[in-house]
Write a protein that binds this ligand. Structure first.
Ligand code: T4K
Length: 388
């Protein structure tokens, strides 16, 4: 029990948890269902290259999201890169800086300049006014990110894209299971890109997918993920190896059937966090819109100036207790080495992204976390932030 500062691990007491509490501990669904599928794969002797598991996985995902095509890929980053190429983006593409760095890398790796626009601090998503201000004659597209699974301002971004003849796609890495105006994320823009990395609410170990209602775009991406092969010996397009393997699809199929249960656990934990953090000064939990669906995977808190100790001091206190809280996505892509010198003449003014980056802590969630753990975490925060 943690009652006073002397009970804190940062002050030399033993840590509250023997085993680390991770942000991104994988949710592992029905183990037997997965192992059975792995046996099928071995019996089939079909391990990769658009095998039956991947095809079934694509069908189930497309059906669940109500979208025409799901093109499964080896990870979310390659899925972004292939989507960007299939859409023919070039020159400059507008993205938020407040996102995981893969959103920016997927462009820059292909010789496209990511132009960072500021966010709305209330939603952490792109601010459409800021997007408008970043459009130049070189702009070819916009990548909206549904950060923390909260939908980006889809309609506003689509209006801007239509007005300026730009392509709009979404990084939906966090948004599997989310809705926008009651419709599943996965159907918006030209296409949407998911990550099914181990640390996501729904995982295929490594994996990703692009979903779209556009037949030609889906065909182009299927070609590109398999070296541009159309049948045996016939390469009709430049391509890369972006294929999902059968074992990953098997994991996805096993996890898909248990996904609603994962969401229920996440929701329960999220409301326990909400109650637990209510009395802690200067700490606010980012809520989810009750009118929309969301996997509630990310427990995001902001530490403001009324908190007696700094954000980083809180992280240090939690890490000492073996709670591996994160400051995703600090300091923002535009402050990271590959990007901070990209705009030497104009400089970049992203005050909201920088303010949010200085305030955020992401706390553990998922099947490995329960209410007793959240209550201990609350005690640690209450004692750490208590002025004495
Ligand atoms: N766009 C956005 C908005 C994204 O957030 C991401 C990925 C992408 C695009 C790209 O999608 P992918 O190409 O990754 O499919 C993690 C993930 O690697 C990354 O997928 C994710 N976003 C990002 C937000 O987080 P790290 O650097 O935080 O991972 P790491 O190794 O620190 O692991 C997180 C915690 O989970 C650690 O405490 C260890 C624990 N862990 C991790 C793994 C992999 C486990 O307990 N078991 C595990 O198997 O990047």
């Amino acid at each position: 029990t943690i009652r006073s500062k002397a009970d804190l691990a940062i002050n030399g007491a033993p840590p509250a948890f023997d085993q680390p509490l991770h942000v991104g501990r994988p949710n592992i669904g029905d183990r037997d269902a997965f192992l059975q599928r792995v046996n099928q794969i071995l019996d089939n002797q079909w391990l990769t290259n658009n095998g039956p598991m991947v095809q079934e996985f694509e069908r189930q995902i497309a059906e669940r999201l109500g979208v025409k095509h799901c093109v499964a890929m080896c990870n979310g980053t390659i899925a972004l890169e292939i989507a960007i190429r299939a859409l023919g983006l070039s020159g400059e593409v507008i993205v938020p800086s407040w996102t995981f760095v893969a959103t920016a890398h997927a462009l820059y790796w292909q010789g496209i300049t990511p132009v960072f626009a500021d966010i709305d601090p209330a939603t952490h998503n792109l601010d459409s006014g800021a997007v408008r201000r970043m459009i130049t004659p070189r702009t070819t597209g916009i990548i909206g990110v549904h950060l923390w699974g909260r939908a980006a301002p889809v309609d506003e971004l689509q209006a801007i894209a239509d007005e300026h003849g730009l392509k709009l796609m979404f990084d939906a890495a966090h948004a599997f299971g989310s809705t926008y105006h009651g419709q599943s994320i996965g159907r918006f823009g030209e296409c949407e890109v998911f990550s099914f990395h181990a640390t996501k609410a729904f995982n295929t170990m490594e994996g990703g997918a692009v979903t779209t209602n556009d037949d030609r775009l889906a065909d182009a991406m299927r070609l590109m993920r398999n070296f541009g092969f159309k049948g045996y010996d016939n390469v009709i397009h430049p391509g890369i190896n972006g294929k999902m393997i059968e074992v990953c699809a098997a994991m996805g199929l096993a996890n898909l059937s248990g996904f609603d249960e994962v969401i229920a656990i996440n929701r329960r934990n999220h409301s326990a966090y909400h109650e637990a953090l209510a009395g802690i000064p200067g700490i606010t939990l980012l809520g989810y819109d009750p009118a929309e669906r969301n996997s509630h995977h990310y427990v995001v808190v902001e530490v403001d100036e009324t908190c007696p100790i700094s954000r980083d001091a809180i992280i240090a206190a939690l890490h000492a207790e073996n709670i591996l809280a994160r400051k995703y996505f600090w300091p923002g892509c535009h402050m990271m080495k590959p990007y901070r010198d990209l705009f030497p003449h104009t400089g970049l003014l992203l005050p909201h992204s920088e303010a949010v980056a200085s305030r955020v802590i992401v706390l553990p969630n998922g099947g490995a976390i329960n209410e007793a753990m959240i209550s201990t975490l609350r005690d640690i925060l209450a004692v750490s932030t208590h002025e004495a």
